[in-house]
Design a protein around this ligand. Structure first.
Ligand code: ACO
Length: 333
């Protein structure tokens, strides 16, 4: 059974409440219909109920009648959510009037529902840019304890089973934080190990990537990765992690043995942590295109509750898959 099938079966067991704020977007509505029909998650849609029902009817989507539809114009918890917003953003000077306007934006309402415990997770981004999806999440849901930075991982499934975990690797950060410092890079490594275990389902062996292996080059950028490795070990002493390693030393056994003798990660890594977003984003796209790998994600990690961002070019099945992943994150599995 492939990984996505396993993720869907696991999501069905947990029956989490996932909010889809872009409810009138055609692919989202079609995905909601499938998710409800296959019992992958309980679906909450945000919008004017009569508009959503009309659009569902036009598209012939019979299962949408089983979704919970939340109307931002007259949500019964609106005043409670506004109070929460003003309290959370009081240091930033957010006024009640400003909060009352923001809560009518489905992307803000979705995050407040999660913060209040009225939903377990969110998937959006089919029609909104990354920043617009993430900003409300950063501001109100915030990061999980011990983590200050949200990042994005991709599960890469290679055609060649020789590398990683039988051809599966997790790459991060490929999606969110442009220029992490050494502590943030350590946090990204720890969070990504968690994603590898919870979503990809394997025991992580983490390589902190650089253009140097174990001091072969001297540069401040090399020091950053070596220091991040040390900090990650302090944060999670049980974590199997090593660095700094070049990519070949990380994934090719023979090269690992010769460049980093004695390392129990070199040559066997199944989680690759890139030194910044430029390298991570470029690497996952090149592996996807040049090696024909399947890239599942980005799976956002480090947030206090699961909120995931779609690409605006996503397909209906991308949305179904990301909701299943989000439901698994919400279940903590
Ligand atoms: N983790 C946690 N909190 C964060 C993060 C983060 N990575 N980044 C910003 N924040 C917080 C800030 O602390 C701030 O909080 P505050 O308002 O309480 O002080 C809030 O979020 C807003 O911060 P800004 O710096 O104003 O963030 P902005 O909204 O400008 O940018 C964004 C955030 C959009 C994620 C930005 O970092 C970005 O554009 N990243 C790149 C995204 C991207 O383009 N990725 C590549 C494409 S995705 C793909 O190819 C799969």
């Amino acid at each position: 059974m492939d990984l996505l099938e396993k993720i869907k079966i696991s999501a069905k067991k947990h029956s989490k409440r996932i909010v889809l704020p872009e409810s009138l977007e055609e692919r989202t509505l079609k995905a909601a219909d499938i998710l409800i029909g296959e019992n992958i998650a309980q679906i909450i849609l945000i919008g004017e109920p009569s508009d959503i029902e009309k659009e569902a009817k036009n598209l012939g989507l019979a299962n949408i009648s089983d979704a919970e539809i939340v109307n931002p114009a007259n949500h019964p918890q609106k005043e409670k959510y506004i109070d929460m917003m003003v309290e959370i953003r009081k240091k930033k000077g957010l006024t009640r009037d400003e909060a009352a306007k923001l809560i009518e934006d489905p992307l803000y309402l979705a995050t407040l529902m999660i913060k209040a415990g009225d939903a377990d997770g969110e998937v959006a981004g089919a029609m909104n840019a990354t920043g617009d999806v993430l900003r409300p999440a950063f501001q109100y849901v915030k990061t999980m304890p011990g983590i200050s930075v949200v990042s994005g991982a991709f599960i890469m499934i290679l055609k060649n089973g020789e590398y990683g975990e039988d051809g599966m690797l997790v790459f991060a950060d490929c999606a969110v934080h442009p220029d992490p410092d050494e502590k943030e890079l350590a946090e990204i490594a720890v969070a990504t190990a968690g994603t590898a275990k919870a979503i990809a389902g394997f025991d992580p062996r983490v390589a902190m990537l650089s253009f140097s292996t174990k001091g072969s080059a001297k540069h401040a950028l090399v020091d950053k990765v070596a220091n991040a490795t040390r900090i990650a070990k302090e944060m999670a002493p049980e974590l199997k992690i090593d660095g700094e390693l070049q990519a070949d030393a990380a994934i090719v056994e023979k090269v690992g043995r010769s460049k980093a003798p004695g390392s129990d990660i070199a040559g066997k890594a199944n989680v690759l942590i890139f030194p910044n977003l430029e390298s991570g984003n470029i690497a996952y796209k090149l592996v996807q295109r040049l090696a024909g790998a399947e890239a599942i994600g980005p799976v956002l990690q480090g947030m206090a509750a699961p909120i995931n961002d779609l690409s605006r070019g996503c397909s209906v099945s991308d949305i179904v898959n990301l909701v299943a992943i989000t439901a698994n994150q919400a279940a903590g599995s």
